[in-house]
Design a binder for this molecule. Structure first.
Ligand SMILES: Cc1ncc(COP(=O)(O)O)c(C=O)c1O
Length: 386
């Protein structure tokens, strides 16, 4: 009988990935399920990006690349970071890897037993397990309805101890679609400087923004040297299956992350990296069209949810999730289970994103307008009968 490391037995499998698998199984059995559970755009990868990958394959780019990524892509990422985000990066500060894996590399490089990492609660489902896999202790900071789903400098200050090493930020956020305002970001940066913390800034929803401005902490005064900026192609360019993203970090941090990359995945997929260059340097109209559609759906889902008396929905400023609070006499896991079984609608229970997510459901509006309207109608019908 195999005995397993507590490192893995102490974490749960990803609730969002599990739910996606369950929906796929139900559909394979012939059941019709409306899914508002997936975290990927329902648009094809733009044709010019696919074409760049095909050309790379035909040109024989099918072998290992340098571990940190091909020079052309690292340069394109550095240019984008400088021009769009104000981050003073050069190509030497860029590591290419699947986005999720860059976050894991950052955790492995920065954290160990005895360290604490501050995470937003509610927050993306993988931050906590990654911190635990690195042997460190996650510390949840409440960033719930009353704070506009943003970790306030006061709440973070209260959570800092001599063991705190990393502060994870995510704007626009998953699950609430909240956007950290500049003043708040400056307050958080002050804390990072005062307490010698490294900020891991997950900016994967950066371009899917409807209200407010996107602020990269690495662009703030003196912050570049203590920030790992994580971003990727999955959401902006509808490239979830390509497994491609990047981290921008000062060289000492990047060097340590690079060692873990060398000993785990070696490098990102060769021809996908060429597609990444085409994505960053090619026409951005497909992104703009997708974001226009997401904005219309954001307005639609908020309007539909407002028809449910027992739902109270924060208006998301970015990403493609709504995170309503439901006033029902049951927890979010039971509610989402009943919704799936009785109404054939898949959503993610708010509790999956942390204790402060309880009472909420996450509805992804990366789905057609008809699906959104019908799914929210069924949700309203279910909660009206509870
Ligand atoms: C907040 C956040 N960070 C990172 C990721 C990982 O992205 P990728 O699929 O590109 O690895 C996701 C994906 O859902 C996400 O929602």
């Amino acid at each position: 009988m195999a005995r397993f490391a507590t490192r893995v037995t102490s974490i749960e499998s990803s609730p969002t990935v599990r739910l996606g698998n369950l929906v796929a199984e139900m559909r394979a059995r012939g059941e019709e399920v409306l899914s508002l559970s997936v975290g990927e755009p329902d648009f094809p990868t733009p044709a010019h990006i696919v074409q760049a990958a095909k050309e790379a394959l035909d040109a024989g780019l099918t072998k290992y690349t340098p571990s940190l990524g091909i020079r052309e892509l690292r340069e394109a990422v550095a240019r984008k970071s400088k021009e769009e985000n104000g981050i003073p990066a050069t190509a030497d500060d860029v590591l290419v890897s699947p986005t999720k894996h860059t976050l894991y590399l950052a955790c492995m490089a920065l954290l160990e037993s005895g360290d604490e990492a501050i995470l937003p609660d509610p927050g993306w489902v993988s931050y906590e397990p990654m911190v635990r896999l690195a042997g460190a202790t996650p510390v949840a900071v409440r960033a719930a309805d009353d704070e506009g789903f943003v970790p306030t400098p006061d709440a973070v200050a209260e959570a800092i101890t001599p063991k705190t090493k990393v502060l994870v930020l995510n704007s626009p956020s998953n699950p609430a679609g909240s956007v950290i305002p500049r003043r708040t970001m400056e307050g958080l940066a002050d804390l990072a400087r005062d307490h010698d913390l490294v900020v891991v800034s997950d900016e994967i929803y950066e371009r899917i923004l409807y209200d407010g401005e996107h602020v990269s902490p690495a662009a703030l005064d003196g912050m570049f040297d203590r920030t790992v900026t994580v971003n990727g192609f999955s959401k902006t360019y509808s490239m979830t299956g390509w497994r491609l993203g990047w981290a921008v970090a000062p060289k000492p941090i990047l060097r340590e992350m690079g060692k873990v990359q060398e000993h785990t995945v070696t490098c990102a997929t060769s021809f996908a990296q060429k597609a990444g260059v085409a994505a960053l340097q090619g026409p951005q109209e497909p992104v703009e069209a997708m974001v226009r559609e997401f904005r219309a759906r954001r307005d639609l889902i908020c309007a539909e949810l407002s028809k449910i008396d027992r739902a109270d929905c924060f208006r998301p400023g970015g990403a493609f999730y709504a995170f309503p609070r439901l006033d029902v006499p049951t927890d979010s896991a039971t509610l989402s289970e009943r919704l799936l079984k009785e109404a054939k609608v898949a959503v993610t229970p708010g509790r999956a994103f942390g204790a402060a997510g309880e009472g909420h459901l996450r509805l992804s509006y990366a789905a057609s307008r008809e699906t959104i309207v019908e799914a929210v109608r069924r949700l309203g019908e279910l909660v009206a009968g509870m």
